[in-house]
Design a protein around this ligand. Structure first.
Ligand code: AP5
Length: 186
């Protein structure tokens, strides 16, 4: 199963991707996690990415597309994967479509996580207190929501038009949401 997780910040994409990895062995490609690792490494990519991330803006399509391209063109790429947080712009979605056509591994499904804004803010605030992520402060979170509405919501429409979209109400118990996701991936 090859799937993309799309949804606003704090909607649980990362949590649900980790569960699929633990229980079914899916490979997870989380661009946010990969970028945070690049920031921690202090690489050139990481320095540029870190500034955008701290402001709650997107890292450039060129940087993120390169990460994903390298991943899909390597010889031992896994058969089953979850793309968590990519694509996030229509340009990235188009790039992914071309890359997957090149490698002959089309997507099976795109899971769209829906959660009310007040709950998103509550979750991210909880994580800020526990983890101190650089973009979980109030100003960056506000900007991430704006960025999501402007640049990522059109990605939802892109996949709806392609007939790949499945929506999951992502509030309530983590396990119950996991079962809904598994059902949608059958
Ligand atoms: P990224 O790391 O992808 O962050 P995000 O999309 O903003 O998502 P979050 O990690 O905040 O939330 P999530 O949906 O994964 O939820 P989670 O499971 O963590 O991206 C960060 C930044 O990197 C971007 O802003 C951008 O700058 C850059 N970037 C990344 N990808 C990019 C791309 N493709 N192009 C350009 N730039 C890119 O859950 C959130 C919290 O809620 C956790 O504490 C969790 O424990 C809790 N929780 C989860 N589920 C539940 C539940 N059911 N009930 C209660 N709490 C829950």
């Amino acid at each position: 199963m090859r799937t993309v997780f799309v949804g606003p910040p704090g909607s649980g994409k990362g949590t649900q991707a980790r569960l699929l990895a633990e229980r079914f062995g899916y490979d997870v490609i989380g661009t946010g996690d990969l970028l945070r690792a690049a920031v921690a490494d202090g690489s050139t990519h990481g320095k540029i990415a870190g500034q955008a991330m701290a402001r709650g803006e997107l890292v450039s399509d060129a940087v993120v597309n390169e990460i994903v391209h390298d991943y899909f063109l390597r010889p031992n790429r896994p058969a089953n994967f979850v793309l968590d947080g990519y694509p996030r712009t229509v340009a990235q979605a188009e790039y992914l479509t071309r890359t997957l056509a090149e490698t002959r591994i089309p997507l099976d499904r795109v899971i769209y996580f829906t959660v009310a804004v007040e709950e998103l803010v509550r979750r991210i605030d909880g994580r800020r207190q526990a983890e101190n992520r650089l973009d979980d402060n109030a100003e960056a979170v506000r900007q991430r929501m704006v960025t999501y509405e402007e640049l990522t919501r059109p990605v939802v429409d892109y996949y709806r038009a392609a007939g790949l979209l499945a929506e999951v109400p992502a509030t309530g118990d983590v396990e119950a949401i996991h079962r809904r996701v598994v059902e949608l991936l059958k």
